[in-house]
Ligand binder design. Sequence first.
Ligand code: ATP
Length: 235
Amino acid sequence: MLSVTNLQVFYGTIQALHGISFEVREGEIVTLIGANGAGKSTTLRTISGLIRPKEGKIEFNGQDITRMPAHKIVQMGIAHVPEGRKIFPNLTVRENLLMGAYTRADKAEIAASLENVFARFPRLKEREKQVAGTLSGGEQQMLAMGRGLMCKPKLLILDEPSMGLSPILVEEIFNIIREINRGGTTVLLVEQNAFMALQIASRAYVLETGRIMISGPAYELQADPQVRSAYLGSI
Ligand code: ATP
C-alpha cells in the first residue's frame, strides 16, 4: 500500500534522514520506533507532503506521491494525526471533527462519518459541544484521531499517540487503534512507547539517527536482545 524508498531529508545543511526505506501492506499495523530525534516525525511529515525530500520516492497504492501537495495526499486516503495532537482549542469537539472532513463535499457522507466517529469514541459524543481546549489529554488524543478518521482514510498515520497519557489511557488508546485497524484501516504508528507499539503491530522498523537499523515482525523484535536492552528497558 505504502512504499518508501531511499528517503533523504535535510533541514538546511543537516541531514535528518539518511536513506530510509520501508513498506506498509494493506491491513497491517506497522510501527516505527526509536529514540528522540531518530527521525520518526520527519519520516511521517515527509510522507504527508509537509516536508520535501531531497532524494527518494514515496508510492501509495502504486502512485508516486513524493511531490504531491499535502491536501492531495489527504484526498488520496492518507490521514496524519500529528505529534502533540494539534487540535483547535477554541473550537468545539464537533467543529474540530468537521475540520477533518475539509476535503470532502458530500454532506450526507460527512454526517455518516461523524456518526461513525461518535460510535467509536462515545466520550466525544458526550462532549460534542465542549470547547476542545478544555478536554483532558486522553480526550484530546481521541479527538485528534477522530478528526483523522473524518476523511475516511485508507492509511492512518499516528505520531506518538501515547505521549503524555497515563498508563490506563495508553491502554485505551492502543485498544482503539487495534479496533480502527480491525475495521479495515491500515495504520502506520510512530511511538516512543516501544513496548506497547510492538504489542499491537504486525511489523516494526527501528530508527536510529535517520537510518533503519533493525526491521522484522513485531514478535521477533520483542525478543531481540538489542531491541530489548535499548528500547524495552530490559537486558
Ligand atoms: P521525537 O520523538 O523527539 O519527535 P523523532 O524521531 O520524531 O523524535 P524528528 O523530530 O524527526 O525525530 O527529528 C529528526 C532530526 O531532525 C533531529 O535531529 C531534529 O533535531 C531535526 N529536526 C527536526 N525538525 C527540525 C526542524 N524543523 N529544523 C531543523 N532540524 C529539525
